[in-house]
Design a protein around this ligand. Structure first.
Ligand code: IVH
Length: 687
């Protein structure tokens, strides 16, 4: 825990010195992990806290500041594998603000320092703080001469060969008016979609996955073999100019960025300029809303005094300029303690390890549980009970344990032991060939599986039985009132009214809801059955294809695979499900009890794009690639991976590369994302 400076000032100087020493050692270690090894050991928020604690103690005891304190430096020593580059001008870092008050304080310091009246309005450039890797690029007479990492701010690593592989870094400047020697600085990052794709591929090949897009970008950039870097979808966005010789650049930051854009650099589309600090706060709120929908990760907003003359006057203090500040978003990663691992049995018998955590506020909510998925994931993390773990919750994504802070492992930390028997019904547990999950073999004798199957059956998107919550399902199964979904329809008023927190009224409402749920839709019923991997969308496709249940129940795997969304694995799950006598029996019982649906007239399916081959290339912003592919396939199109004379049309997203050029040279029809959306919408697809 951090101590306030008031508390510290009561203490002997030796204690303070000791505290400073230990903080510095710890921060140095994290710097090394983060900057040198690309393997951060703690989340940024925790690092920021340590650095702030150090800074606040140093501010209270300026005599104790040493030149090697991490507060006086930007990063840590680079690795020796790449050759070292000394920056002509040091690459600085940014101070942080965490709320509006700190932002106003920053503005007030600037106004004071410039000796202006307190109501003087400063023009600020506002731009997202990209979560990637800082880079310096030197151009001599318009040609890329050197690319370097920031390293410790003074000395970085020569990554010229690697940066040359990045499409958004010009090898030769375009346009005119650039200085003879121009240093461009910016951030190299990996877009979220490319990150997901990279990790998908890594998982398929059983390779290590990256924790977040920044680590993936760092790992990709620090490859000694540039051919590997070339395969990774990295991008670079320019955010400033460093050293300049033999020419000049414009007099405001925003105009400099526009000049960079005219010389061939990518600059951030969200960048703008505003008058005064109040407008900065407003920009911050707007971007916070937009954050999750941006195609790249950002961890805050940078505000910079726009006028370069004023920037000069303000200058900088040891590690950061006085004219800029980074306002950080609430942390999406935090550290907490793993208190225990419990095993949950799911609807299909899958046994999932669940981390019970010391509650922690992260990504805007308090998190006390997180799934650990399966034993492969537990092994990958190397997690033990008692460990400090890093939890990440980005946007609406469910929280996950991303890594372990091994340096904080307590001596009694216990390994996670997977059960040999189901924790609920004690049936033996099996691990199926080729699957990471373990499963309870108890089937319907396992109360946990029965409960989950019933919860799923009555859920909103399935049979939508109002008033039958998870707790009540558990009570009904535990009290042996029901053993299967079919038993739900035999429940009696007095039986229900006697349950905990139920009365006559809610019992009769529930019976009415159960009765009403019998008139359903085929798609809902198929979904409610809880067939493995058959989600809402697949259930809908199955219903539309077969129109009624008998066709589906008799279909073989080959026929099933003709349906959108259904691959060989799902097809087998469906065939297995209907192949089991007890499942067929249950369906019959449900129908006898009155569950029914209108049969869907299966019209002759029109496939307007039948016979046409489409190719998708570049990054789509509104749809993801898979969605686009599925929609096109649903309309009968073939979606191919490469362009040939047979290609009917190429859909070109952002940064489309060689496929687009090839299509152009072959005179193939080219559509952009908006045209694709229009095409799909015109054929009745909801996008
Ligand atoms: S300006 C002297 N602008 O944030 C100012 N930095 O601690 C130097 N970053 O690693 C940086 N987006 O690479 C600036 N729009 C932006 C930025 C940005 C991300 C990174 C930068 C550095 C860190 C600053």
């Amino acid at each position: 825990m951090s101590s306030t400076t008031d508390e510290l000032s009561q203490q002997p100087l030796a204690n303070i010195q000791e505290k400073l020493e230990s903080l510095r050692t710890e921060i140095h270690q994290h710097n090394y992990q983060y900057y040198a090894l690309d393997n951060p050991s703690i989340p940024d928020a925790e690092y920021d806290r340590l650095l702030r604690e150090l800074q606040s103690i140093e501010a209270a005891f300026p005599d104790l500041v040493t030149s090697d304190s991490p507060s006086q430096r930007v990063g840590s020593e680079p690795l020796s594998a790449f050759s070292q580059v000394t920056h002509i001008l040091p690459m600085l870092s940014l101070d942080n603000a965490f709320n509006d008050e700190e932002l106003s304080e920053f503005n007030r310091r600037i106004v004071d320092r410039l000796d202006k009246d307190s109501d003087f309005v400063i023009e600020y450039a506002c731009e997202p703080k990209l979560d990637g890797i800082a880079v310096s690029l030197i151009y001599r007479h318009g040609l890329l001469d050197l690319g370097a990492t920031r390293g410790d701010g003074t000395t970085g690593e020569d990554i010229t060969l690697n940066v040359r592989t990045i499409g958004s870094i010009p090898l030769k400047l375009q346009g005119e008016g650039f200085p003879d020697v121009l240093e461009v600085r910016g951030e190299i990052y990996m877009p979220k979609a490319s990150f997901d794709q990279l990790n998908e591929q890594a998982k398929e090949k059983d390779e290590k996955v990256f924790v977040n897009p920044r680590n993936a970008a760092a790992g990709s950039l620090r490859q000694l073999d540039p051919r590997i870097t070339a395969q990774r979808a990295l991008e670079m966005c320019a955010y400033s100019v460093g050293f300049v010789e033999g020419g000049t650049v414009p007099e405001s930051h925003t105009d400099i960025l526009y000049a960079l854009s005219s010389w061939g650099f990518r600059i951030n589309q969200e960048m703008t300029k505003v008058q005064g600090v109040q407008a900065c706060s407003e920009y911050f709120s707007q971007l916070s809303q937009k954050r999750d929908s941006l195609p790249y990760d950002i961890d805050g907003i940078v505000f910079k005094v726009n006028n370069m003359q004023l920037q000069q006057e303000l200058g900088f203090v040891s590690r950061a300029p006085r004219w800029a500040i980074a306002m950080k978003f609430p942390a999406q990663e935090e550290i907490t303690q793993l208190l225990d691992v419990e095993f949950q049995v799911g609807r299909t018998g899958t046994i999932t390890p669940v981390a019970r955590l010391q509650p922690v506020f992260v990504g805007g909510v308090t998190v006390s549980n997180a799934t650990l998925h399966n034993s492969d994931e537990v092994d990958r993390l190397g997690v033990r009970i008692g460990d400090s773990v890093v939890i990440r919750r980005a946007g609406d994504v469910i929280p996950k344990v991303v890594s372990v802070v091994e340096s904080r492992r307590p001596s009694g930390a216990k390994p996670v032991v997977f059960p040999q028997q189901c924790p609920v019904c004690e049936s033996p547990v099996v691990r199926i060939e080729g699957e990471a999950a373990i499963r309870c073999t108890g089937g319907l004798i396992c109360a946990a599986q029965v409960k989950e199957a019933i919860k799923h059956y009555v859920s909103r998107k399935a049979m939508d039985v109002d008033g039958l919550g998870d707790k009540l399902v558990e009570q009904l199964v535990d009290g042996e009132h029901i053993q299967s979904v079919a038993d739900l329809y035999d429940l009696q008023q007095d039986q229900l009214a006697a349950m905990e927190r139920m009365g006559e009224k809610s019992a009769s409402n529930l019976l009415k809801a159960l009765e009403a749920s019998k008139q359903t839709q085929l798609a809902r019923f198929i979904f409610a059955l809880g067939i493995r991997e058959v989600g809402e969308a697949t259930a809908r496709n199955l219903a539309n294809y077969f129109g009624d249940l008998p066709g589906l129940m008799q279909a073989n795997a080959e026929e099933l695979q003709k349906i959108n969304d259904v691959g060989p694995v799902v097809a087998d799950f469906i065939v297995d499900f209907f192949g089991e006598e007890r499942n067929r029996q249950m369906i019959q019982t449900l129908q006898e009890k009155g569950v029914s649906w209108p049969v869907i007239e299966v019209e002759i399916r029109i496939q307007p794009l039948e016979g046409l081959t489409y190719v998708l290339t570049g990054t789509l912003q509104k749809l993801n690639r898979n969605q686009a592919k599925e929609h096109l396939q649903a309309l009968g199109a073939t979606v191919a991976g490469s362009v040939s004379k047979k290609t009917h049309c190429v859909i070109a997203g952002e940064n489309a590369g060689s496929k687009l050029s090839k299509a152009e040279s072959l005179g193939i029809n080219i559509l952009h994302e908006d045209d694709l959306i229009e095409l799909l919408t015109s054929h009745g697809v909801d996008v």
